[in-house]
Write a protein that binds this ligand. Sequence first.
Ligand code: GAL
Length: 329
Amino acid sequence: MRNLLFSFILFLPITFCFSQAKKETGPFTFIDTGGKPINAHGGGILYHNNTYYWYGEIKRGKTFKVPGSNWENYRVNAGGVSCYSSKNLREWKFAGVVLPANKTDQNSDLHISKVIERPKVIYNKKTKQFVMWMHIDSDDYAYARSGVAVSNSPTGPFKYLGSEKPNGNMARDMTIFVDDDGKAYHFYSSEDNATMHIALLTDDYLKHTTTDKRILIGLSREAPAVFKYQKKYYLITSGCTGWSPNEANYAVANDILGEWKAYGNPCLGKDADKTYYAQSTFVLPVQGKINQFIFMADQWSKLDLEKSKYLWYPLSVNTEGLPEIKPYK
Ligand code: GAL
């Protein structure tokens, strides 16, 4: 383990230098450069012009259970999407609420009574726009749509364009992956979360094309996080147990729209069967490094969602082509 720690420090001199974190090992309450806890859950990171931008859900205020729910439907009022920027993955500067929630219009997708989750931002080289996709829902999760917003700057403000059911499908937990050829794909849990879909976005990244593939059929996976290594595509997902942790799984494909085969749990070490009490949200390739990724996950605090923490562990693909997440300790 010492070697692991050492190599991780080598490739990330910062190693999230958890001087900034409250504890020595994950999960962490990251603190921004202004001394405040980072509030960017279910997030993802865009690397653009030598800067990392971390976007996530703002979870603030009282956690309550949605009246009438017969499941653990805990929530806070939707807080919109925050952004933090960093040059080194260690010091994060708050860049603002880049997509605020709406406090007045009950019919707005962004109204505080709605669900705004798992925002992911990508950059379109052709249009020079930053495009944010996110899961938009009603508080009972029946609306099941994908929302899209755009900005000319990574730090917003983002203009909300609306939401859709991709190709008429339900869409909840999601991520976006941009391939080396510039094509962008929307991975979304669909069909009542039973089946994952991968939809190719239009060239401007603002809509879905009709290329929409069903994968992991009937396996009930969510919280997708995608990365590519040596021409293979890897998808890490969680099971469907709401805010409660479960066992992660990974799937691999040679062609992003080809066959995806589910394998097993990529997590190693203590509490691997519960994803270290966290849930996947993103896999970040470390810039300038080969086969060095950061597995980003949320450790939800379901009774007080604002207290939810972040778990970032090193991820790499072993010599047999299997992804491995190793606890940072
Ligand atoms: C999880 C999902 C979260 C959130 C939560 C609500 O399964 O991954 O993003 O939607 O359910 O209970």
